[in-house]
Design a protein around this ligand. Structure first.
Ligand code: NDP
Length: 328
């Protein structure tokens, strides 16, 4: 019997999960749940239904794992613990400072209802966190570097859009090549924020808006841009639509470490991602972890987990026996 997956919230990640399920024959879509009028939400899977989140109790026995696809700022802190009372859950919570608090809430809800919750799944947090952890465990004497990009930062794009006179905008985060090269060479430089990444903004200004003022407001914006070298390009609405409508992202997790009695040997571990679509990749990771949640539940486990707690074999559609044949 296939694993019945529910999608809670239908935005970029929700659609991405739906696409990923198409590639995982051991799973099927049990339904999409939305706060909006279900009739207004068009999904891709023929024969599947969209339900109001208010009716979720009725679907308690029809869904094995609910994949939470809401936003981290205000949706997931409420939705994940609530859903963990009824279903095994997986989410992509990425508000770094609040992960311990979120973990505690999901853990309590999941444990008291015999459910599994896996939180903060995706690429960062998620696959990047896991690869940083592996590298640290293997090379305790070393230094970590994470570079993001080239990719769209939604938060920074939103910040530019909020400036008076800006009609639309896209912001890219770009790693600095010379810093990346130094780290890949096994050097362990101390890098400032400015030395690691640059920011590039494509801005559509309102007609008659003062472009010099907008550029200055962007470049001097505290927390978002003032610590970076930022380039601002003013372009037309058509150009933004044509060349900047995707949501690419990615980056590099690198650890360089020393071994040997006198630390004479250097090793560099690198994990990199180049993603055409940030949400579609994130969703693919969520779906693999939904399989793990289901399998852990079959073993009678409950409570909240993160990517650190899940053994790799639980993610794979293949059996342990099949996987062992691929050890070499
Ligand atoms: P979206 O803004 O696309 O969707 C969030 C929610 O908004 C949906 O669940 C949906 O809920 C609602 N929504 C979506 N479209 C519409 C619409 N047209 N009108 C009204 N409401 C709508 O967010 P994303 O899917 O892009 O991202 C979700 C979260 O994923 C982010 O907040 C981020 O924190 C996290 N993330 C984590 C990553 C990681 O590596 N860990 C990577 C990428 C993202 P409903 O259907 O109920 O209305």
């Amino acid at each position: 019997m296939s694993i019945r997956i529910g999608i809670w919230g239908y935005g970029n990640l929700g659609r991405g999960v739906e696409c990923a399920l198409k590639q995982n024959p051991d799973m099927e879509l049990a339904g999409v749940f939305t706060r909006r009028d279900p009739k207004t939400v068009q999904i891709l899977t023929e024969g599947a239904s969209v339900y109001s989140t208010e009716d979720v109790e009725k679907m308690k026995d029809a869904v094995d794992v609910m994949i939470l696809c809401g936003g981290s700022a205000t949706d997931l802190p409420v939705q994940t613990p609530k859903c963990a009372q009824m279903f095994h859950v997986v989410d992509s919570f990425d508000t770094h400072a609040k992960i311990p608090e979120h973990f505690a809430k999901v853990d309590e809800a999941a444990k008291s209802n015999g459910k599994i919750g896996i939180i903060s799944v995706g690429w960062d947090p998620g696959m990047f966190s896991l690869n940083r952890m592996y590298a640290n465990a293997l090379l305790p004497n070393g230094k970590d570097y994470t570079f993001w990009g080239k990719g769209v930062s939604q938060g920074h794009s939103d910040a530019v859009r909020r400036i008076d006179g800006v009609k639309d905008a896209k912001q890219y985060t770009i790693p600095v090549d010379s810093a990346l090269d130094a780290v890949r060479n096994g050097d362990t430089p101390e890098l400032t924020t400015r030395q690691k990444h640059t920011r590039e903004c494509y801005v559509v200004a309102e007609e008659g808006a003062d472009q010099a003022r907008i550029e200055n407001e962007i470049k001097t914006m505290p927390n978002y841009f003032s610590d970076y070298d930022t380039t601002v390009h003013f372009i037309s609405e058509e150009e933004l639509k044509k060349n900047h409508s995707g949501i690419p992202h990615g980056g590099f997790v690198i650890r360089s470490g020393k071994t040997g009695w006198n630390e004479e040997n250097t090793h560099v571990i690198e994990y990199s991602l180049k993603l055409d679509s940030n949400p579609e990749f994130t969703s693919s990771v969520l779906v693999a972890y939904a399989r793990a949640a289901y399998r852990l539940s079959q073993e009678g486990q409950s409570g909240c987990k993160t990517v650190f707690d899940i053994a790799p074999a639980y993610l794979s559609a293949q059996s342990s026996e099949e996987l062992r044949k691929q050890l070499l």
